[in-house]
Design a protein around this ligand. Structure first.
Ligand code: GLU
Length: 306
Protein backbone atom coordinates (compact mmCIF):
# COMPACT_ATOMS: atom_id res chain seq x y z
CA UNK A 1 0.00 0.00 0.00
CA UNK A 2 1.60 3.32 -1.03
CA UNK A 3 2.05 6.03 1.60
CA UNK A 4 0.11 9.15 0.76
CA UNK A 5 0.85 12.78 1.15
CA UNK A 6 -2.69 13.55 2.29
CA UNK A 7 -2.31 17.28 1.90
CA UNK A 8 -1.44 16.75 -1.75
CA UNK A 9 -4.38 14.35 -2.22
CA UNK A 10 -6.77 16.94 -0.76
CA UNK A 11 -5.29 19.66 -2.96
CA UNK A 12 -5.84 17.53 -6.08
CA UNK A 13 -9.42 16.78 -5.05
CA UNK A 14 -10.11 20.45 -4.42
CA UNK A 15 -8.95 21.22 -7.93
CA UNK A 16 -10.87 18.38 -9.56
CA UNK A 17 -14.20 19.21 -7.92
CA UNK A 18 -14.05 22.90 -8.92
CA UNK A 19 -16.51 22.45 -11.82
CA UNK A 20 -18.98 20.71 -9.48
CA UNK A 21 -19.00 23.24 -6.65
CA UNK A 22 -22.36 25.02 -6.63
CA UNK A 23 -24.04 22.28 -8.64
CA UNK A 24 -27.26 21.07 -6.98
CA UNK A 25 -29.73 23.01 -4.84
CA UNK A 26 -29.68 24.83 -1.54
CA UNK A 27 -32.40 23.69 0.87
CA UNK A 28 -35.20 26.24 1.11
CA UNK A 29 -37.21 24.92 4.04
CA UNK A 30 -34.78 26.49 6.53
CA UNK A 31 -34.43 30.13 5.37
CA UNK A 32 -30.97 30.71 6.86
CA UNK A 33 -29.57 27.78 4.86
CA UNK A 34 -30.92 29.14 1.58
CA UNK A 35 -28.83 32.31 2.03
CA UNK A 36 -25.43 30.61 2.24
CA UNK A 37 -23.15 30.88 -0.80
CA UNK A 38 -23.32 27.62 -2.77
CA UNK A 39 -19.70 28.21 -3.85
CA UNK A 40 -18.20 27.15 -0.54
CA UNK A 41 -16.09 24.02 -0.34
CA UNK A 42 -13.98 22.71 2.52
CA UNK A 43 -12.35 19.35 3.20
CA UNK A 44 -10.39 18.26 6.27
CA UNK A 45 -8.99 15.06 7.71
CA UNK A 46 -7.43 13.95 10.99
CA UNK A 47 -5.44 10.72 11.19
CA UNK A 48 -5.33 8.56 14.29
CA UNK A 49 -1.58 9.14 14.46
CA UNK A 50 -2.02 12.88 14.74
CA UNK A 51 -1.73 14.30 11.22
CA UNK A 52 -4.20 16.94 10.07
CA UNK A 53 -4.70 18.17 6.49
CA UNK A 54 -7.25 20.56 5.06
CA UNK A 55 -8.14 22.63 2.00
CA UNK A 56 -10.62 25.33 1.01
CA UNK A 57 -13.19 26.71 3.46
CA UNK A 58 -12.39 24.04 6.02
CA UNK A 59 -12.23 26.45 8.96
CA UNK A 60 -15.58 28.13 8.23
CA UNK A 61 -18.40 27.03 10.49
CA UNK A 62 -21.77 25.82 9.21
CA UNK A 63 -24.73 24.30 11.04
CA UNK A 64 -24.10 20.62 11.61
CA UNK A 65 -27.78 19.70 11.09
CA UNK A 66 -28.20 15.93 10.80
CA UNK A 67 -24.54 15.27 11.55
CA UNK A 68 -25.64 15.97 15.13
CA UNK A 69 -27.59 12.68 14.99
CA UNK A 70 -24.26 10.87 15.10
CA UNK A 71 -23.16 12.66 18.27
CA UNK A 72 -26.58 12.28 19.87
CA UNK A 73 -26.49 8.53 19.29
CA UNK A 74 -22.98 8.43 20.76
CA UNK A 75 -24.13 10.32 23.83
CA UNK A 76 -27.23 8.12 24.19
CA UNK A 77 -25.04 4.99 24.03
CA UNK A 78 -22.80 6.46 26.72
CA UNK A 79 -25.71 7.33 28.99
CA UNK A 80 -28.26 4.61 28.22
CA UNK A 81 -26.15 1.87 26.64
CA UNK A 82 -27.74 -0.91 24.60
CA UNK A 83 -31.17 -0.05 26.02
CA UNK A 84 -31.22 2.77 23.46
CA UNK A 85 -32.09 0.11 20.86
CA UNK A 86 -35.29 -0.78 22.67
CA UNK A 87 -36.83 2.42 21.28
CA UNK A 88 -35.16 2.87 17.92
CA UNK A 89 -34.06 0.35 15.27
CA UNK A 90 -30.95 -0.01 13.14
CA UNK A 91 -32.28 -0.78 9.70
CA UNK A 92 -31.98 1.49 6.66
CA UNK A 93 -35.28 3.26 6.12
CA UNK A 94 -35.32 3.45 2.34
CA UNK A 95 -37.49 6.55 2.74
CA UNK A 96 -36.59 10.22 3.03
CA UNK A 97 -35.17 11.50 6.31
CA UNK A 98 -38.41 13.22 7.28
CA UNK A 99 -40.95 10.65 6.12
CA UNK A 100 -44.04 10.19 8.27
CA UNK A 101 -45.54 7.22 6.46
CA UNK A 102 -43.16 4.54 7.72
CA UNK A 103 -43.49 5.74 11.29
CA UNK A 104 -47.25 5.26 11.14
CA UNK A 105 -46.96 1.77 9.61
CA UNK A 106 -44.35 0.72 12.13
CA UNK A 107 -46.29 2.02 15.10
CA UNK A 108 -43.92 4.70 16.28
CA UNK A 109 -40.63 2.79 16.33
CA UNK A 110 -38.26 4.67 14.01
CA UNK A 111 -36.12 2.54 11.71
CA UNK A 112 -32.83 4.08 12.85
CA UNK A 113 -31.39 7.00 14.85
CA UNK A 114 -30.23 8.85 11.72
CA UNK A 115 -33.64 9.72 10.33
CA UNK A 116 -35.51 12.56 12.01
CA UNK A 117 -37.99 10.33 13.85
CA UNK A 118 -35.09 8.33 15.29
CA UNK A 119 -33.24 11.45 16.33
CA UNK A 120 -36.33 12.74 18.12
CA UNK A 121 -36.39 9.52 20.14
CA UNK A 122 -32.65 9.84 20.86
CA UNK A 123 -33.25 13.43 21.98
CA UNK A 124 -36.01 12.23 24.30
CA UNK A 125 -33.62 9.65 25.80
CA UNK A 126 -30.97 12.34 26.31
CA UNK A 127 -33.51 14.61 28.03
CA UNK A 128 -33.95 11.86 30.62
CA UNK A 129 -30.25 11.92 31.46
CA UNK A 130 -29.11 15.54 31.11
CA UNK A 131 -29.76 18.19 33.77
CA UNK A 132 -29.13 21.15 31.48
CA UNK A 133 -29.58 19.52 28.06
CA UNK A 134 -28.39 22.32 25.76
CA UNK A 135 -25.36 23.19 27.89
CA UNK A 136 -24.50 19.56 28.51
CA UNK A 137 -24.72 18.77 24.80
CA UNK A 138 -22.48 21.71 23.89
CA UNK A 139 -20.01 20.64 26.58
CA UNK A 140 -19.92 17.16 25.06
CA UNK A 141 -19.19 18.62 21.61
CA UNK A 142 -16.48 20.88 23.08
CA UNK A 143 -14.93 17.85 24.74
CA UNK A 144 -14.96 15.80 21.53
CA UNK A 145 -13.60 18.55 19.31
CA UNK A 146 -11.20 20.08 21.80
CA UNK A 147 -12.67 23.48 20.89
CA UNK A 148 -13.93 25.40 23.94
CA UNK A 149 -15.89 28.09 22.08
CA UNK A 150 -18.37 25.95 20.11
CA UNK A 151 -21.83 27.54 19.98
CA UNK A 152 -25.19 27.17 18.30
CA UNK A 153 -26.65 29.76 15.91
CA UNK A 154 -29.70 31.35 17.49
CA UNK A 155 -31.19 32.48 14.18
CA UNK A 156 -31.02 28.99 12.65
CA UNK A 157 -32.30 27.48 15.91
CA UNK A 158 -35.37 29.75 16.00
CA UNK A 159 -36.03 29.36 12.27
CA UNK A 160 -35.96 25.59 12.60
CA UNK A 161 -38.41 25.60 15.48
CA UNK A 162 -40.76 27.94 13.62
CA UNK A 163 -40.73 25.85 10.44
CA UNK A 164 -40.65 22.40 12.08
CA UNK A 165 -44.04 21.37 10.69
CA UNK A 166 -43.01 17.86 9.71
CA UNK A 167 -40.76 17.29 12.68
CA UNK A 168 -43.61 18.38 14.94
CA UNK A 169 -45.98 15.98 13.18
CA UNK A 170 -43.44 13.21 13.69
CA UNK A 171 -42.97 14.06 17.36
CA UNK A 172 -46.75 14.01 17.81
CA UNK A 173 -46.97 10.58 16.22
CA UNK A 174 -44.15 9.31 18.41
CA UNK A 175 -45.88 10.69 21.48
CA UNK A 176 -49.16 9.10 20.46
CA UNK A 177 -47.45 5.72 20.09
CA UNK A 178 -45.89 6.12 23.54
CA UNK A 179 -42.31 6.46 22.30
CA UNK A 180 -41.63 9.94 23.76
CA UNK A 181 -41.63 10.51 27.47
CA UNK A 182 -41.17 14.31 27.37
CA UNK A 183 -43.45 17.00 25.98
CA UNK A 184 -43.39 17.34 22.19
CA UNK A 185 -42.22 20.96 22.42
CA UNK A 186 -39.30 20.10 24.68
CA UNK A 187 -38.07 17.28 22.46
CA UNK A 188 -38.46 19.38 19.34
CA UNK A 189 -36.61 22.31 20.84
CA UNK A 190 -33.69 20.15 21.96
CA UNK A 191 -33.51 18.43 18.56
CA UNK A 192 -33.46 21.78 16.70
CA UNK A 193 -30.80 23.08 19.07
CA UNK A 194 -28.50 20.17 18.17
CA UNK A 195 -29.01 20.84 14.43
CA UNK A 196 -28.09 24.52 14.87
CA UNK A 197 -24.64 23.92 16.38
CA UNK A 198 -21.97 25.56 14.23
CA UNK A 199 -18.79 23.68 13.42
CA UNK A 200 -16.15 23.66 10.70
CA UNK A 201 -14.83 20.72 8.68
CA UNK A 202 -11.67 20.73 10.77
CA UNK A 203 -13.64 20.64 14.02
CA UNK A 204 -16.00 17.93 12.79
CA UNK A 205 -13.19 15.73 11.49
CA UNK A 206 -11.49 16.04 14.89
CA UNK A 207 -14.74 15.20 16.69
CA UNK A 208 -15.16 11.93 14.76
CA UNK A 209 -11.65 10.70 15.40
CA UNK A 210 -12.82 8.25 18.07
CA UNK A 211 -14.85 6.40 15.46
CA UNK A 212 -11.69 5.76 13.45
CA UNK A 213 -9.82 4.52 16.49
CA UNK A 214 -12.03 1.92 18.18
CA UNK A 215 -13.78 4.45 20.36
CA UNK A 216 -10.69 6.30 21.60
CA UNK A 217 -9.83 9.81 20.45
CA UNK A 218 -6.26 10.99 20.58
CA UNK A 219 -7.73 14.38 21.54
CA UNK A 220 -9.97 13.39 24.46
CA UNK A 221 -9.49 9.72 25.34
CA UNK A 222 -12.17 7.00 25.35
CA UNK A 223 -15.51 8.21 24.02
CA UNK A 224 -17.14 4.80 23.57
CA UNK A 225 -16.00 1.26 24.25
CA UNK A 226 -14.73 -0.44 21.13
CA UNK A 227 -17.81 -2.64 20.64
CA UNK A 228 -20.11 0.38 20.66
CA UNK A 229 -17.93 2.50 18.36
CA UNK A 230 -17.99 -0.36 15.85
CA UNK A 231 -21.79 -0.33 15.95
CA UNK A 232 -22.05 3.41 15.40
CA UNK A 233 -19.89 2.97 12.28
CA UNK A 234 -22.08 0.16 11.02
CA UNK A 235 -25.27 2.21 11.45
CA UNK A 236 -23.55 5.13 9.69
CA UNK A 237 -22.65 2.94 6.75
CA UNK A 238 -26.18 1.60 6.40
CA UNK A 239 -28.23 4.64 7.34
CA UNK A 240 -26.02 7.74 7.41
CA UNK A 241 -26.77 9.34 4.08
CA UNK A 242 -30.57 9.31 3.91
CA UNK A 243 -32.06 6.97 1.36
CA UNK A 244 -28.86 7.14 -0.71
CA UNK A 245 -26.85 5.08 1.79
CA UNK A 246 -26.55 2.25 -0.75
CA UNK A 247 -25.21 4.56 -3.43
CA UNK A 248 -22.85 6.24 -0.95
CA UNK A 249 -21.46 2.84 0.09
CA UNK A 250 -21.15 1.94 -3.59
CA UNK A 251 -19.33 5.13 -4.59
CA UNK A 252 -17.44 6.14 -1.45
CA UNK A 253 -17.26 2.92 0.57
CA UNK A 254 -16.97 4.52 4.02
CA UNK A 255 -19.31 4.99 6.98
CA UNK A 256 -20.59 8.55 6.62
CA UNK A 257 -23.19 10.96 8.00
CA UNK A 258 -24.52 13.90 6.05
CA UNK A 259 -26.48 17.01 6.99
CA UNK A 260 -28.78 19.30 5.07
CA UNK A 261 -26.34 22.23 5.37
CA UNK A 262 -23.99 20.32 3.06
CA UNK A 263 -21.59 18.75 5.52
CA UNK A 264 -20.63 15.06 5.43
CA UNK A 265 -18.38 13.30 7.93
CA UNK A 266 -16.76 9.99 7.02
CA UNK A 267 -14.62 7.46 8.84
CA UNK A 268 -11.78 5.24 7.62
CA UNK A 269 -11.68 2.67 10.43
CA UNK A 270 -8.22 2.33 11.92
CA UNK A 271 -6.91 5.33 10.01
CA UNK A 272 -8.71 8.67 9.97
CA UNK A 273 -11.86 10.77 10.07
CA UNK A 274 -12.81 13.29 7.39
CA UNK A 275 -15.31 16.06 6.89
CA UNK A 276 -16.31 17.76 3.66
CA UNK A 277 -18.66 20.73 3.25
CA UNK A 278 -20.27 22.23 0.19
CA UNK A 279 -23.81 23.59 0.64
CA UNK A 280 -25.52 22.71 -2.67
CA UNK A 281 -27.29 19.35 -2.39
CA UNK A 282 -28.07 16.53 -4.81
CA UNK A 283 -31.62 15.24 -5.28
CA UNK A 284 -31.50 13.05 -2.12
CA UNK A 285 -30.16 15.87 0.06
CA UNK A 286 -26.45 15.04 0.27
CA UNK A 287 -23.81 17.61 -0.70
CA UNK A 288 -23.24 17.25 -4.44
CA UNK A 289 -19.58 18.29 -4.57
CA UNK A 290 -18.94 16.81 -1.13
CA UNK A 291 -20.06 13.32 -2.13
CA UNK A 292 -17.91 13.54 -5.25
CA UNK A 293 -14.90 14.70 -3.21
CA UNK A 294 -15.19 11.70 -0.87
CA UNK A 295 -15.56 9.39 -3.84
CA UNK A 296 -12.37 10.86 -5.32
CA UNK A 297 -10.65 10.46 -1.96
CA UNK A 298 -11.27 6.71 -1.70
CA UNK A 299 -10.46 6.22 -5.38
CA UNK A 300 -7.11 7.99 -5.06
CA UNK A 301 -6.09 6.51 -1.72
CA UNK A 302 -7.80 3.09 -2.06
CA UNK A 303 -9.07 3.55 1.46
CA UNK A 304 -12.62 2.33 0.82
CA UNK A 305 -13.44 -0.32 3.44
CA UNK A 306 -14.38 -2.76 0.68
N1 GLU B 1 -32.79 20.33 10.96
C1 GLU B 1 -33.03 19.49 9.85
C2 GLU B 1 -34.42 18.87 9.96
O1 GLU B 1 -34.75 18.28 10.93
C3 GLU B 1 -31.97 18.45 9.75
C4 GLU B 1 -32.17 17.57 8.60
C5 GLU B 1 -30.92 17.07 7.98
O2 GLU B 1 -29.82 17.62 8.15
O3 GLU B 1 -31.05 16.08 7.29
O4 GLU B 1 -35.20 18.96 9.08
Amino acid sequence: MPRFDYQEVLREIHQEVQPLIGRGKLPTYIPALAEISPDKFGLALHTVDGQASHVGDSSERFSIQSISKLFSLTLALRLRGAKTWERVGREPSGTSFNSLVQLEYERGRPRNPFINAGALVTSDILLEHLDAPQDNYLDFMRHLSGIPDLRHDEEIFQAEITSAYRNRAMANLLKDFGNLSHAVDDVLEFYCFQCSIMMSCQELAASCLFLANQGVSSLCGEVLPRRKAKRVNSVMLMCGTYDAAGDFAFRVGLPGKSGVAGGIVAVVPGKMSLCVWSPALNEVGNSYAGTKALELFTTKTRLSIF
